[in-house]
Design a protein around this ligand. Structure first.
Ligand SMILES: Cc1cc2nc3c(=O)[nH]c(=O)nc-3n(C[C@H](O)[C@H](O)[C@H](O)COP(=O)(O)O)c2cc1C
Length: 196
């Protein structure tokens, strides 16, 4: 087994940090809205659930992002959890800004949240707060509506490449009753839309 610590890697440079951050797998979301008459958005792997009550999620956006100053003007912001087949779409959403939505199947809420068709889940949000954090801004989003497609598998981002989920021989049982000592509902409401 290879164990590397920061003592063995004294140069805490950007590359070393990116490599270390990259060991932590995540999903990827599309964060998108409508501003100044056009669709704007980015791909983001920094999406995190934050709070149930009130319902909050966060995304860390690069302070130098050209898109965020526009996107934050959208009355509502859509967060779509990318599905396993969305690898090319993800690259497109991170590419040249004026081509990001070319030929993408999306729908827009009345408030301007732009949501990807065929996503695993949709969150319809408004900006709750923005916290400057080094070279990023942690954007806290208040959730106004959610929609989940239970049968769809997510895209996984790990060590700078895309992966899929594999259960193999892991125990697939849900962690009911073992999170914070609280019972966790066994049923999920797949395909249900709650009010946006
Ligand atoms: C897999 C993946 C994950 C990304 N995650 C983030 C992220 O969490 N935050 C961020 O600011 N940019 C992230 N990006 C980069 C953005 O999608 C986009 O390329 C970047 O914001 C530059 O565009 P802009 O100047 O129009 O904002 C990610 C890109 C990829 C491909």
């Amino acid at each position: 087994m290879t164990t590397q610590t920061t003592e063995q890697t004294p140069a805490l440079d950007a590359r070393a940090l990116r490599d270390a951050f990259g060991t932590y797998p995540s999903g990827v979301v599309a964060v998108a809205g409508r501003a100044q008459g056009r669709l704007v958005g980015i791909a983001a792997s920094s999406f995190t659930s934050v709070s149930i009550d009130p319902p909050l999620v966060s995304v860390s956006v690069a302070a130098e992002s050209n898109t965020w100053p526009l996107l934050r003007q959208s009355d509502q912001i859509g967060v779509s959890v990318l599905a396993a087949h969305h690898d090319a779409l993800c690259r497109q959403l991170a590419g040249p800004a004026d081509e990001r939505f070319d030929d993408l199947a999306v729908h827009t809420t009345r408030g301007g949240a732009v949501l990807l068709d065929e996503a695993v889940a949709h969150f319809t949000c408004t900006v709750h707060d923005e916290v400057e954090a080094g070279d990023h801004v942690v954007v806290l989003l208040a959730i106004e509506g959610v929609h989940v497609e239970d049968e769809r598998q997510p895209l996984v981002f790990h060590r700078s490449s895309f992966q899929r989920l594999h259960r193999d021989d892991l125990d697939p049982r849900r962690l009911d009753g073992r999170i914070n000592g609280e019972p966790v509902a066994a049923e999920t409401s797949g395909g249900q839309e709650s009010a946006a």
